[in-house]
Design a protein around this ligand. Structure first.
Ligand code: NDP
Ligand code: 2IT
Length: 444
C-alpha cells in the first residue's frame, strides 16, 4: 500500500467521529500523492504525514457566563494548535452553534497549508465555541467573550498563537476579547488580529478576505484571456467575506446578483446594493428579508438556491459543505466558467471533481481565501514595529500576495504535469514549505 493510503487509513480509524476533518485530510493527502511518491521512503521514515495530521495540542474548556435574565449559561470553548513549523499558530475563532472538535480540527488543518501559501511566517491554528451570537445583547456577547478569553489567555500570545475572526467573530467580539486579554495579562501586544483601528488594527483587514478572493479570481480570469468586466457573479453568504467580495467584484465591473444567509437567499438582477446589505447585516444584524423589503428589484427565497442562478463565476462565501454535486451540475449546465472558494471547504469532494472534470476553473479556499490571514500577518508586522501602514500600502501588498499565490499554485500543478489543477497545486505548494521546515527542525 502506498504511504499516503496507509496514513489515510490510520487517520480514518483514529478520527472516525470527525467527518469534516477526514474530508479535509482526504482532499489534501490524495492530491499530495505525486509529491509524496517522489520522496516516499524518506517521508515514511520521518513519519512526516503522521506528524502533519496529528495536532501539536488541542484545548477544550468550559465557558460559563450570565445572560440578561441572570441565568448562567455554559458553552464549550476550543483552541487547536496544529502546526508551528513555519511560524506562530495563526487562525480564526468561530462562534457558531455547530462548532465541535472535528470542525475546529478541519479548520486548523486547512490553515497550515493556507498560511504557508501566503509566503508569510505563520503556522496553523483555529478555535471557537458553540456559542451563538445571534439574538444576544451586546452585554451578553461581552460576558461570553470575557469568560472565553479568561481561559484562552493561558494558551496564546503575540509570539506563540494569534487568533482572529471567523464565522460569528467580528470587530465587536475581537474588541471584547482583546480588552479581557490585556486586563488579565497586563500586556499590550498584538495577540489578536482584526483589531479596531484605534487599538492596533490594520487598515484593509476588514475587507481583506473578500478583496483577496477577487484579486486571485481576477488573475485567474486574466491568465485565461478574460476579465471581470461585465461578468455575472453569484455569491453565497452575507457576512464579512461575502460583503467585501461583492464590493470588490462590483468595483471590477462585474455584476453580483445573489447573497444568502442561513434562512434564505436574495436574487437581485440589478446587482446587490452593498450599502444596503452592510446596513442590514453589519449595523442592524438583521435577516435578509429586510434587504428584500427595502429594495424593489430584489426577490427573497426561503432555503438554498444561489447555485441555480445562471452565472459566469460562482464564489461560495458562507460555510463548509454548501455546494453539492447537484449544484455543481447546475453550474456547469448554466455555463459557469470559474468557482473560487471564499469560505473554508464549501464545496464537497465529489462536486469539486465534477467541476474540474467539466472544465470549470476551480480554486479552493486554501488559496482563494488566504487574503484574510495574509492581512492578519501584515497586522502582526505593523504591531511588531509599532507603526501603521496606509490603506493603499496594505491593499497593494494584499494584491501582490494573491497574485503570487495564483502563480505559485499554477506552477506547482504544472511541475507535476497537472496544469489547471489548482487544488493539487495549492496543496503541494503549501505542503512543500511546511515539510521542509519540519524536516530541518528534527523530530519534535
Ligand atoms: P460571518 O459570520 O461574517 O458570515 C457568515 C455568513 O455565512 C452569514 O451570512 C451566515 O448566515 C452564513 N452561514 C454561516 N453558517 C451557515 C450555515 N451553517 N448555513 C448557511 N449559512 C451559513 O463569517 P465570515 O464571512 O467571516 O466567514 C464565512 C466563511 O469564510 C467561513 O467559511 C470562514 O471560515 C471563511 N473565512 C473567513 C475569513 C475571515 O477573515 N473572516 C478568512 C478566510 C475564510 P447567518 O448569519 O444566517 O448565520
Ligand atoms: O479562515 C481563515 O483564514 C480566517 N478565519 C482568518 C484567520 C486569521 O488569522 O486572520
Amino acid at each position: 500500500m502506498s504511504y499516503v493510503d496507509e496514513v489515510l487509513e490510520r487517520v480514518k480509524a483514529k478520527n472516525a467521529s470527525e467527518p469534516e476533518f477526514l474530508q479535509a485530510v482526504e482532499e489534501v493527502l490524495e492530491s499530495l500523492k505525486p509529491a509524496i511518491e517522489a520522496n516516499e521512503e524518506k517521508y515514511r521514515k520521518e513519519a512526516l504525514l503522521e506528524r502533519l495530521t496529528e495536532p501539536d495540542r488541542q484545548f477544550k474548556f468550559r465557558v460559563p457566563w450570565v445572560d440578561d435574565k441572570g441565568q448562567v449559561q455554559v458553552n464549550t470553548g476550543y483552541r487547536i494548535q496544529f502546526n508551528n513549523a513555519i511560524g506562530p499558530y495563526k487562525g480564526g475563532l468561530r462562534l457558531h452553534p455547530s462548532v465541535n472538535t472535528g470542525i475546529i480540527k478541519f479548520l486548523g488543518f486547512e490553515q497550515i497549508f493556507k498560511n504557508s501559501l501566503t509566503g508569510l511566517p505563520i503556522g496553523g491554528g483555529k478555535g471557537g465555541a458553540d456559542f451563538d451570537p445571534k439574538g444576544k445583547s451586546d452585554r451578553e456577547v461581552m460576558a461570553f467573550c470575557q469568560s472565553f478569553m479568561t481561559e484562552l489567555s493561558k494558551y496564546i500570545g503575540a509570539d506563540t498563537d494569534v487568533p482572529a475572526g471567523d464565522i460569528g467573530t467580528g470587530a465587536r467580539e475581537i474588541g471584547y476579547m482583546f480588552g479581557q486579554y490585556k486586563k488579565i495579562k497586563g500586556v499590550y501586544e498584538g495577540v489578536l488580529t482584526g483589531k479596531g483601528l484605534s487599538y492596533g488594527g490594520s487598515l484593509v483587514r476588514t475587507e481583506a478576505t473578500g478583496y483577496g478572493l477577487l484579486y486571485i479570481t481576477e488573475e485567474l480570469m486574466k491568465c485565461h484571456g478574460e476579465s471581470m468586466e461585465g461578468k455575472t457573479v453569484v455569491i453565497s453568504g452575507a457576512g464579512n467575506v461575502a460583503i467585501y467580495a461583492t464590493q470588490k467584484a462590483q468595483q471590477m465591473g462585474a455584476k453580483v446578483v445573489t447573497c444568502s444567509d442561513s434562512t434564505g437567499w436574495i436574487y437581485d438582477p440589478e446587482g446587490i446594493d452593498v450599502a444596503l446589505l452592510k446596513e442590514v447585516k453589519e449595523v442592524k444584524r438583521a435577516r435578509l428579508t429586510e434587504y428584500a423589503n427595502a429594495r424593489k428589484s430584489a426577490e427573497y427565497h426561503e432555503g438554498r438556491g444561489v447555485w441555480s442562478v445562471k452565472c459566469d463565476i460562482a464564489l461560495p462565501c458562507a460555510t463548509q459543505n454548501e455546494l453539492f454535486i447537484d449544484d455543481a451540475k447546475q453550474l456547469v449546465a448554466n455555463g459557469c466558467k470559474a468557482v473560487c472558494e471564499g469560505a473554508n471547504m464549501p464545496t464537497t469532494i465529489d462536486a469539486t471533481k465534477y467541476l474540474q472534470e467539466n472544465g470549470v476553473w476551480f480554486i479552493g479556499g486554501k488559496a482563494a481565501n488566504a487574503g484574510g490571514v495574509a492581512t492578519s500577518a501584515l497586522e502582526m508586522s505593523q504591531n511588531s514595529e509599532r507603526l501603521s501602514w496606509t490603506f493603499e500600502e496594505v491593499d497593494s501588498k494584499l494584491k501582490q500576495i494573491m497574485v503570487n499565490i495564483y502563480h505559485t499554485i499554477d506552477d506547482a500543478a504544472k511541475r507535476y504535469g497537472q496544469e489547471g489543477n489548482y487544488v493539487m497545486g495549492a496543496n503541494i505548494a503549501g505542503f512543500e514549505k511546511v515539510a521542509e521546515a519540519m524536516l530541518l527542525q528534527g523530530v519534535v
